[in-house]
Design a protein around this ligand. Structure first.
Ligand code: NIG
Ligand code: FE
Length: 387
């Protein structure tokens, strides 16, 4: 069996509260850890480190768990920088451009979709992402959504069907027929290509009742649930997510106290996407209110060509710290363990015993540098255990 020892770690963040300083960050100084057969098997002081076949010398740098980006739309063709320019001149984002990406994606070859997705996955990985979720939702036909899910599956074990993203143009005058397609033949064809189902439940997209219908049917076929909610306006989508025990409710920009109370008492994670708020010049989600109420918070890129063409988790962390009043540790936790919880995974997002050996050696002595030095990629070495 081959074992790798990572030694001379100046500051090790494990996110395992049974280790190190016994906080949520599970932090150790002058530490070492061993990965064997892709799993963490030993964590401790560098002075006590055992022998191993391979040794990585961290040279007193900080090491963190690989980022878990739990919300992306990476399978698309084309780009919408003209919409970004218009927004920076004052235009509001309303999701209307989604159908432009649907047209471009439908017209793209599968090999172009694979290579475009691969480039974006590589950018995320180079910045420290070792686990990511990928959604469909840019073809909105049965065959096209299956194709998107198949492309996504090249890169992720957490693939999400988002057939109910918006009503496509050809169904503009008959949304009922589109819902029949989505909940019938499309979902039947897509269910075994996905682990998750998502709905864009918001003003101009799908109503709470429509989302309940789609998600209930998806759940009956064995899919886990997640929800885009309250990005554009307040609605009852958070209550729906909690009612259906969704793993995550995402965006949650417009929230009221009762939404926060519901989430605090539930296992549904609030996934915040500050890249979308930055790129659409929208108000940020009230992260502090969620955290202070005890809600589990994840941070993700929402990488997509419309609202958030962001392929850097470090940038997301910097926004969360600077503009959402999260501490650097809270943001780091939310971008790692929080993301794992949003995917209901306990094998990633931490470096406790049994975790996958997914870690990042930073070009920095402390993890706080990720937020402190925005705009720099501090991920000096990104390791992802084979899976
Ligand atoms: O998460 N809100 C819905 N979906 C994406 C945006 C998609 C787009 O504009 O292309 C989001 O922001
Ligand atoms: Fe999204």
């Amino acid at each position: 069996m081959s074992a790798t020892l990572v030694r001379r770690v100046g500051e090790l963040t494990t996110n395992d509260p049974t280790l190190g300083d016994e906080t949520a960050m599970g932090r150790l100084c002058d530490a070492a850890f061993v990965v064997e057969e892709g799993r963490v098997v030993w964590v401790g002081s560098d002075a006590d480190a055992p022998d191993a076949d391979t040794v990585i010398d961290a040279e007193h740098a900080a090491v963190i768990p690989g980022f878990v980006d739990s919300h992306t739309h990476l399978v698309f063709a084309g780009e919408r920088s003209d919409e970004f320019e218009a927004r920076m001149q004052g235009l509001h984002y309303d999701g209307g451009g989604i159908t432009r990406t649907v047209s471009a994606t439908r017209a793209a070859s599968e090999s172009d979709l694979v290579s475009g997705t691969a480039r974006r996955v590589q950018q995320l990985h180079d910045g420290g992402v070792t686990t990511l979720e990928i959604k469909s939702g840019y073809e909105l036909t049965t065959d096209g959504e299956v194709r998107q899910l198949q492309v996504a599956a090249h890169f992720s074990n957490d693939v999400t069907w988002l057939g109910a993203h918006v009503v496509p143009d050809e169904f503009r005058h008959d949304r009922h027929a589109y819902l029949e397609l989505v909940t019938g033949p499309m979902l039947d064809a897509c269910a075994h290509h996905a682990q998750w189902a998502d709905v864009f439940c918001d003003r101009g997209a799908f109503s709470v009742d429509e989302a309940r219908h789609v998600l209930t049917r998806a759940k009956s076929l064995g899919l886990g649930l997640r929800l885009h909610a309250n990005q554009l306006a307040h609605g009852e989508a958070i209550a729906l997510a909690v009612e259906l025990d969704a793993a995550s409710v995402d965006h949650v920009t417009y929230v009221e106290d009762q939404d926060i109370d519901l989430l605090a008492a539930a296992s549904t994670v609030a996934t915040l996407l500050p890249g979308a708020e930055f790129s659409t010049r929208s108000p940020y989600s009230p992260a502090r209110r969620f955290l202070d109420a005890g809600v589990t918070v994840a941070l993700a890129t929402d990488c997509n060509p419309g609202s958030s063409y962001v392929t850097s988790m470090s940038f997301v962390i910097a926004l969360a710290v600077r503009d959402m009043m999260m501490s650097p540790d809270e943001a780091l936790w939310s971008a790692t363990k929080g993301g794992a919880q949003a995917l209901r995974r306990d094998d990633v997002g931490h470096l406790g015993f049994g975790a996958r050996g997914d870690f990042v050696i930073l070009d920095a002595p402390r993890a706080a540098h990720v937020a402190y030095r925005p705009g720099s990629n501090l991920a000096a070495r990104v390791e992802r255990a084979d899976r």
